[in-house]
Design a protein around this ligand. Structure first.
Ligand SMILES: [Zn+2]
Length: 140
């Protein structure tokens, strides 16, 4: 066993996850989802950046007449809330591809969200609301 042959761990890692697109009363269609995995260090960096951005904007908002009554406390509270959320977002869904189960036209969806078992998307060809279904955990 050689340590040199093992790939170096990366803070973020993109991979494909199989999923399915579902529409009521029709057979689900297979889909593929690109997922971004973040390790603890990358999540911490992202959370601290979010916190810094919100609190930085709060400091800048102090100089805005009248708006500072809403913006400063709002941004001071929003910063930790968003940072907490990003700190626990280990897997982000980037985009999904697959045929619509109703009209069979290939679809591409930009997601940009945390891992969710069920996400509603809309087919651009037929306008139907589809459900993108993922396993509870990545890799399942
Ligand atoms: Zn469709």
């Amino acid at each position: 066993m050689s340590l040199a042959a093992e790939p170096a761990p990366t803070p973020t890692d993109e991979f494909a996850q199989s999923a399915q697109l579902a529409y009521p009363d029709l057979a689900p269609a297979p889909a593929s989802v690109r997922v971004l995995r973040r390790d603890a260090g990358a999540r911490t960096t992202r959370a601290l950046r979010t916190l810094g951005a919100c609190w930085g904007l709060a400091v800048a908002a102090v100089f805005l007449p009248l708006l500072h009554f809403v913006l400063v406390p709002g941004l001071l509270v929003l910063g930790p809330v968003l940072a907490w959320s990003r700190l626990h977002e280990a897997h982000s869904l980037l985009r999904a591809e697959g045929p619509c189960p109703a009209c069979a036209v290939p679809q591409r969806f930009k997601l940009g969200q945390r891992w969710r078992e069920r996400t509603l998307v809309r087919c651009e060809a037929c306008g139907r609301s589809l459900e993108l279904q993922l396993p509870a955990e990545p890799g399942a």
